[in-house]
Design a protein. Structure first.
Length: 553
């Protein structure tokens, strides 16, 4: 870290940076192989594309919904440090348990990760904001969040190489165990730096007019559970099918209503002075939902694109040797007419609810020209699919210093846009990234031919710029604009909006196989992002006026 008076950051930053780096190492290692594991026929659960995408969407939605409650508990009762440690231990245990091949154990592991993230995620972000709350560091809060965000992506980048090597050499369970070890290391690092942020670990307690924890459980949490059960059962009973895609999606939508109601009451019951900043934050929360709906398809639709439609063959001898030596490549056997159970000769799939066999699996060979197919019984060496998920964090690591330098230059010249402006511009830039995938579909003749990995690298590169404009700035905005007594609760609100977007990403991904023309799938994503950007631009002047009124850039 720089140490001059003009550029130094708080000492606690490096510990929070490393804690989050290891936490994200575990999370993204797990999430990078999650749908691949669910769809694996031999040692996974042989789920279809739609089934795996639906479970993935529900999982990552709930992972980001629980910070609503975790932030509240930390604000009022446990404090941030205890909450972070508890959450980290729960997540580490959850990752380890995912390696046990049993659906009940998988759901238990997912529950631990969901609850653990609720304690960990909002509170480490809030604690970071707190250590920048002194006049000495306040002007560097945006830069601090950008550096912190780069820590997230260092972990997200390196984890997929470990994940690929472990599941190829030893099996899925060892990869999940490595994710757990990474999380435990993050907890140890956090504890070692406690002295640097203990003074900022201040419980806010309850202010006059606040709802008690018991009241929130009775009026918000319990109704959410009841509403979720109703959403799971009622639509299918009344109309014979789910309202939106699946019963889990209906349950999630119904469960969100009480949470949305709660955040609405924060605005209506707030003092006159607090109403405008709360209104601005709630508006931002709504606008960014569609960004997450598209961005979080990295684990579903874009992983499918990497798996089926991207040329992953290792033809260069040097690259082949490097990938082979690091155990980052897979050998797939092509069997023209075989129905043998070994070597993934077929996989199970559901057609109109009936389980059938899909022959000549894996699907990688379906769009390989006949002249380029291996001989019957021959094989091809490919780089592991989950490595494609390191492209985005690699871009973050490369681009973060440039984005920080760009905003620093604008600040020195008095031209830096407001935090709200950065977020809206981020959505617009992200919309442009989808056009790269539209072009890739046309180049690949709608999946008839495989295309270069450069298309994935291009779309990830552009959406990463949008992400850097939006995601760390959102965390910074909540820290700046939120009333002090509910800072962590509002940080939880940011993650609620992320949660809704995550679930929507799963809903969109379940429709992948229903689009004969894959370009239309991406055109829908483009339209959603562009619509969100236009709404944000229409509201931008109002948002900036609120921030100026409270002396916030």
């Amino acid at each position: 870290m720089p140490t001059t008076n003009q550029t130094k950051h708080p000492k606690g930053l490096k510990f929070l940076f490393l804690s989050e780096m290891w936490e994200r190492f575990g999370y993204y290692l797990m999430i990078g192989i999650f749908t691949l594991y669910l769809k694996d026929v031999k040692t996974g659960f042989a789920m279809t594309e739609a089934e795996s995408a639906d479970l993935y969407g529900t999982f990552i939605a709930l992972v980001f919904l629980t910070p609503f409650l975790g932030g509240l508990i930390a604000d009022r009762y446990l404090g941030y440090a205890k909450s972070i440690i508890i959450g980290g231990l729960m997540m580490g245990a959850g990752y380890c348990l995912m390696g046990v091949h049993s659906l009940p154990m998988l759901y238990l592991a997912m529950t631990l990760v969901i609850l653990g993230n609720g304690f960990f995620k909002p509170n480490i972000s809030t604690l970071l904001g707190n250590i920048y709350s002194t006049p000495e560091y306040q002007a560097k809060k945006d830069d601090g969040y950008n550096i912190f965000y780069m820590g997230i992506n260092v972990g997200a980048f390196i984890c997929n190489f470990f994940g690929a090597a472990l599941y190829i050499m030893l099996g899925w369970e060892y990869a999940f165990f490595a994710a757990g070890v990474g999380m435990f290391i993050g907890v140890v690092v956090f504890i070692s730096g406690l002295k640097h942020y203990r003074a900022f670990d201040i419980k806010k307690g309850m202010a006059e007019g606040d709802m008690s924890f018991l009241k929130i459980c009775l009026l918000i949490l319990l109704p959410s559970i009841i509403a979720g059960v109703i959403g799971w059962v009622l639509p299918s009973k009344l109309i014979g099918h789910p309202l939106v895609g699946s019963t889990s999606t209906d349950a999630f939508i119904f469960a969100c209503f009480p949470v949305i109601y709660f955040y609405s009451t924060l605005f209506f019951k707030a003092s006159k002075e607090e109403k405008r900043p709360i209104a601005a934050l709630l508006t931002i929360f709504v606008v960014v939902i569609l960004f997450w709906a598209v961005f979080k398809q990295n684990g579903t639709a874009l992983t499918t694109w990497a798996d089926r439609y991207t040329d992953r063959s290792l033809t260069n001898t040097t690259a082949k040797n490097a990938f082979s030596n690091l155990s980052l490549s897979q050998n797939l056997t092509y069997q023209k007419d075989s129905v043998a159970l070994y070597d993934h000769a077929f996989r199970l799939q559901k057609v109109d609810g009936v389980v059938q066999k899909e022959y000549n699996y894996p699907t990688y060979f379906k769009n390989v020209p006949a002249a380029e197919l291996p001989q019957d019984g021959g094989g091809v060496e490919l780089w592991a699919t989950n490595l494609s998920q390191s492209i985005n964090p690699a871009w973050v690591i490369l681009l973060t210093p440039l984005v920080v330098a760009f905003f620093t230059w604008l600040r020195r010249n008095g031209k830096e846009p407001s935090t709200a402006s950065k977020i809206i511009f981020g959505i617009f830039i992200s919309a442009l990234s989808v056009l790269v995938m539209v072009t890739a579909v046309y180049v690949g003749k709608n999946g008839a031919e495989k295309v270069s990995v450069l298309w994935l690298m291009g779309t990830y590169g552009i959406i990463t710029i949008g992400e850097l404009f939006l995601s760390p700035m959102g965390l910074s905005l909540v820290s700046k604009l939120s009333p002090v007594r509910i800072t962590s609760l509002m940080m939880g609100g940011w993650f609620v909006s992320t949660s809704i977007g995550n679930k929507l990403s799963g809903v969109l991904a379940t429709l992948w196989d229903t689009y004969e023309d894959k370009a239309n799938f991406f055109w829908v994503n483009f339209s959603l992002l562009m619509g969100s950007a236009i709404i944000g631009l229409m509201l931008l002047k109002w948002l900036n006026n609120i921030m100026k009124a409270y002396g916030i850039k």
